[in-house]
Each structure stands twice: as structure tokens, then as C-alpha cells.
Ligand binder design. Structure first.
Ligand SMILES: Cc1cc2nc3c(=O)[nH]c(=O)nc-3n(C[C@H](O)[C@H](O)[C@H](O)COP(=O)(O)OP(=O)(O)OC[C@H]3O[C@@H](n4cnc5c(N)ncnc54)[C@H](O)[C@@H]3O)c2cc1C
Length: 347
């Protein structure tokens, strides 16, 4: 079995791992390898047909996202929210319509979709990323850390584990991590790992033409949240939202029919003339989820202090959105922890 040696190994090519790599690279620490189990980079950030099936929005208080986008020269723009929005709040009462307050800025989106951030981050060191490489074991040795994967064996002086803590419990650590770390990992819900997203593309932005914002909100129907998902110059037309988790276990065909019926009821029959229709149930994605999720969104607390410590004699650190004490779960937390862990390892 081939053995590759580097100063640093980063496990996971999601936003956090790529941010750490970007910071190491920027600081002249270029001897690193990134191991990623998927056949793509980005983790919970994925764009298909111009639709973000993972992370999409951020707010003005997400300062590390904004700082990183500015540094990389990736532009942002506001989520479209003009016109009538629909609130479906009861199965018995009629729907309500409302206008969004023009003085309250909507959330930001990334120009070129969220994948633009991932591509800009990874481009300086894309050759150092090993895709389709799943880490199975992490062993502390006399001089460093040995990382076993389903392919090669890797060796490094320092290792950053960026995979969601609950997923990281699948890895065998030798010596074992302290029990308080294991407990914290087991209790840390992976943010949004229960979400089901739906995205549709269209020939025309028919909802805008009818003075709808594209926003349809309510917990009682097939889609709990829907938004306009056109690009920043309004040349690619799409709607994207979250599917009611009550439809997780029905057949694909049945779910699609109920989603289309629901959306056409509130936005018009034009919904049925979609160009593409796609869903993504993150609970079925083994690289993000390992839970049997049957319930609604949880209210997890992130950034357990045990995640901020180093292990294996200072050679192993944990990172990722769920480990972050600031804006845990969000892109902002992923970037914050990615920067933080890289800085700690360069001290
Ligand atoms: C549907 C959805 C909607 C979201 N919406 C928003 C939003 O609007 N705004 C926002 O701020 N955040 C949102 N988020 C959260 C956001 O996506 C995350 O905060 C962020 O992407 C996490 O980055 P990360 O690097 O910490 O983790 P991840 O992206 O999960 O990266 C971890 C990486 O590790 C890899 N991996 C797993 N196991 C192994 C292994 N054994 N060996 C090697 N590699 C492995 C994974 O494939 C993955 O690439 C959303 C998430 C989802 C799923």
C-alpha cells in the first residue's frame, strides 16, 4: 500500500476543510493533503442546474462569510423578495398574502451560486485534493499521525478532522479520544442533515411576471418554504425550497405530484411547465447523515468546548460548522472554525 507523507492532512473538502487549506496555503504552509470521501468537493454546498441544494443564504452578521467572499473577489447579492408572498398557515383557513418590508434587506446569496465560493477557495490547491478517499482510521504514532483510508495510507505531522462530529464517530481513533469528546460527537446533530430540498427551473420567471415574490411559506403543505432562485442578473429562472419532511417516506412519484399540486395551487399552473425538477434528501446521503431522522428540525447547540482542544499530543484538531462556538451549523461557523484551526496549527 502506497504511503503519502505531508505536514498536514485535512479530512473533508467541505467549506471548513477548504478554508483551513486556503489559510495554510496563503501562509506558505503548502505541504498538505486533503482527503475527501465524495467524488466532488463542497460537502454540504452543492449546486446543480443553477440551484443550491445545500447552503444558500447568509446575513450581514455572518462576517467571516462576507470577509472571505471579499478576499476571494466573489460577489454577493440580495435574495429577491419583491411582490406578493404567500403564507399558508392553516389547513382550514385561506392562505394569506403579504409584502416583504422594503426597508428590511433580505438575506444574501452568492453570485454564481454557493459553488462559486467553493471553486474560488479550492482553485489554488485543487491538485492536493484526493476525492473518493474515505478515512477509516486515525492512529497516533511516535512521530505523527497515520491516516488509513479505503485506498492509500497517509502520514502527517498534524491532522485536521473537519467532518461533522456525528459522522466522525465512524472513524476509529487510536488511542481512543477521551470519552467526553465521544459523547459530544454523538450528541451533536449535523445541521440540516434532515433537510429535503426541491429545485425547479423554468423558461420564464412566470411568478415575477404575476407580481409574486416566489416565496411560499407554511408548515401544513408539501413544501414548507419556497423562494425565487433566479441568478443575480435574472437570466436563469428557478424556484427552490424545502420539502415537508412528512413526505420523506412516500414514493418519489407521489412526493413529486404533491409538491407540484401544492405549488401550482399557490403560484399557478405554470409550475407544471418546469424544465427540470430535482430533489435532494440529505438524510439519505451517507457523507452527511447517519441518523434515522423521523422528526422535525432540532434546536442543537454547537461549539462544545471539547471541540476546541487538541488531541493526540497536539497533533489532532477538530473543525467544521458543528464545532464552531460562533454561528455553529452555518457556513459562517464552518469558515470561522476553518480559519481558527489553521491558525492554531501554525502557532
Ligand atoms: C440543505 C442544507 C441547507 C443549508 N442552508 C444553509 C444556508 O442557507 N446558510 C448557511 O449558512 N448554512 C446552510 N447550511 C449549512 C452549511 O452547508 C454548512 O454549515 C457548511 O457547508 C458545513 O461545512 P463543513 O465543511 O463544516 O462540513 P461539510 O460540508 O459536511 O464537509 C465535511 C466533508 O467531509 C467529507 N467526509 C465525510 N466523511 C468522510 C470520511 N470518512 N473521509 C473523508 N471525508 C469525509 C464530506 O463528504 C464533506 O465533504 C445548509 C446545509 C444543508 C444540508
Amino acid at each position: 500500500m502506497v504511503t503519502t507523507t505531508s505536514d498536514y492532512i485535512i479530512i473533508g473538502a467541505g467549506l471548513s476543510g477548504l478554508t483551513s487549506a486556503y489559510h495554510l496555503n496563503k501562509s506558505g504552509k503548502t505541504d498538505f493533503t486533503i482527503l475527501e470521501s465524495r467524488d466532488r468537493i463542497g460537502g454540504r454546498i452543492v449546486t446543480q442546474n443553477g440551484i443550491d441544494f445545500g447552503a444558500t443564504w447568509f446575513q450581514t452578521h455572518h462576517e467571516t462569510v462576507i470577509g472571505l467572499l471579499d478576499e476571494l473577489g466573489v460577489a454577493k447579492y440580495h435574495q429577491y423578495n419583491q411582490g406578493k408572498s404567500v403564507l399558508v398557515y392553516s389547513t382550514m383557513a385561506p392562505e394569506h398574502y403579504f409584502e416583504n418590508d422594503p426597508d428590511t434587506p433580505s438575506a444574501y446569496r452568492i453570485k454564481g451560486n454557493s459553488q462559486a465560493l467553493i471553486q474560488a477557495l479550492a482553485s489554488p490547491f485543487s491538485k492536493k485534493i484526493k476525492l473518493n478517499t474515505s478515512v477509516t482510521d486515525i492512529h497516533e504514532t511516535k512521530n505523527g499521525i497515520r491516516v488509513e483510508t479505503d485506498k492509500e495510507t497517509y502520514f502527517a505531522k498534524k491532522v485536521i478532522v473537519t467532518i461533522p462530529p456525528l459522522i466522525a464517530t465512524r472513524i476509529s481513533f487510536t488511542p481512543e479520544l477521551p470519552s467526553e469528546v465521544n459523547n459530544a460527537m454523538n450528541k451533536t446533530h449535523t445541521w440540516m442533515s434532515n433537510a429535503i430540498k426541491v429545485g425547479l427551473t423554468f423558461k420564464t420567471p412566470f411568478w415575477r411576471e404575476k407580481n409574486f415574490s416566489g416565496m411560499v411559506i407554511g408548515q401544513v403543505g408539501a413544501v414548507t418554504e419556497l423562494y425565487d432562485h433566479n441568478d443575480d442578473v435574472n437570466s436563469h429562472y428557478a424556484l427552490m425550497g424545502f420539502v415537508n419532511e412528512g413526505l420523506r417516506d412516500v414514493s418519489e412519484e407521489n412526493r413529486k405530484q404533491r409538491i407540484l399540486d401544492y405549488l401550482s395551487k399557490y403560484l399557478g399552473a405554470e409550475v407544471l411547465d418546469y424544465l427540470t425538477y430535482q430533489e435532494k434528501d440529505w438524510s439519505q446521503d451517507k457523507h452527511t447523515s447517519c441518523e434515522t431522522i423521523k422528526s422535525i428540525y432540532m434546536s442543537p447547540s454547537y461549539g462544545n468546548p471539547v471541540f476546541a482542544k487538541s488531541y493526540m499530543n497536539g497533533r489532532l484538531r477538530l473543525s467544521g460548522a458543528e464545532t464552531s462556538a460562533i454561528h455553529g451549523g452555518y457556513m459562517d461557523g464552518a469558515i470561522y472554525s476553518g480559519i481558527n484551526v489553521a491558525e492554531k496549527f501554525m502557532e
